[in-house]
Design a binder for this molecule. Structure first.
Ligand code: JCQ
Length: 240
């Protein structure tokens, strides 16, 4: 999987992608993240990439020509996505769709926005990571790269896959515990130390369900509500 990123902060993107899980995936040849400096193809002494908006107003606009030139110098994997709040919101199914391809590219906007001709004639789509405003697209690009990268076959190593975790089954995770068995008077639930693996699996499923009902009822609605089997499971552990 190749992911090319166009940004005025290529070191930030490369630094992040070279660490931990993504760094190991790159070492293993499973993932290839390439950051490209939007200033690379500028020709003026100040390597300018921003200019004032036509029509006036506050702030600056990321210029079209440096972006076209940087992208055309590389011929990166398509689709090329702009990061911004107007796009399709990243969720687990979208991350899975991106991970099923061979690669894609990301354009990080900055300033007040990007010249509209980039949007109209260069990029293929837009990705949002949520309804809030960032100072630039870099952090959003890192979120996309991490969410997608961990789904690439082989990247998760020890963990069989990313798919047994939150959201892939549409529920929040059950609570996790490690040693010590008692911490400041708070004990690990007895069931987890019982050795009864069937009961442990049912307790975890019941906990995941109860927490999702409590904290994310929208996820319960999305999977079609609470079934009678769900209610039986909750009752087994006095959760309903
Ligand atoms: C991404 N949610 C918010 C910042 C301008 C497209 O132009 C710009 C893009 C950004 C960065 O993206 C976000 C964002 N998902 O702010 C400024």
């Amino acid at each position: 999987m190749r992911i090319d990123v166009f940004t005025i902060f290529p070191d930030l993107v490369e630094g992040f992608a070279s660490q931990a899980l993504l760094g190991k995936a790159q070492d293993k040849g499973l993932l290839d993240v390439r950051a490209h400096d939007l200033r690379a193809e500028t020709t003026d002494p100040h390597r300018t990439v921003d200019d004032a908006p036509f029509g006036g107003g506050a702030g600056m606009v990321l210029m079209a020509e440096p972006v076209f030139r940087a992208v055309e110098a590389v011929d990166p994997p398509r689709p090329l996505f702009l990061l911004g709040p107007g796009g399709r919101t990243l969720d687990q199914p979208f991350a899975r769709e991106l991970a099923d391809g061979d690669g894609f590219s990301l354009l990080c906007g900055r300033y007040e926005g990007v010249d509209a001709r980039v949007v109209d004639h260069l990029v293929d789509g837009e990705i949002s990571i949520g309804d809030y405003v960032l100072a630039g697209g870099e952090v959003a690009a890192l979120v996309v790269i991490e969410a997608v990268g961990r789904l690439v076959p082989g990247v998760m190593g020890n963990h069989a896959s990313g798919d047994d975790e939150s959201f892939s089954h549409g529920l929040l995770e059950y609570p996790h515990y490690t040693r010590p068995a008692e911490l400041r008077g708070w004990e690990v639930p007895e069931v987890l130390r019982s050795g009864d693996h069937g009961r442990i699996a049912r307790w975890r499923a019941a906990q995941a369900l109860a927490r999702t009902i409590r904290d994310r009822p929208d996820l319960i609605e999305a999977r079609g509500g609470v079934t009678s089997a769900d209610e039986k499971l909750l009752r087994e552990f006095d959760l309903a």
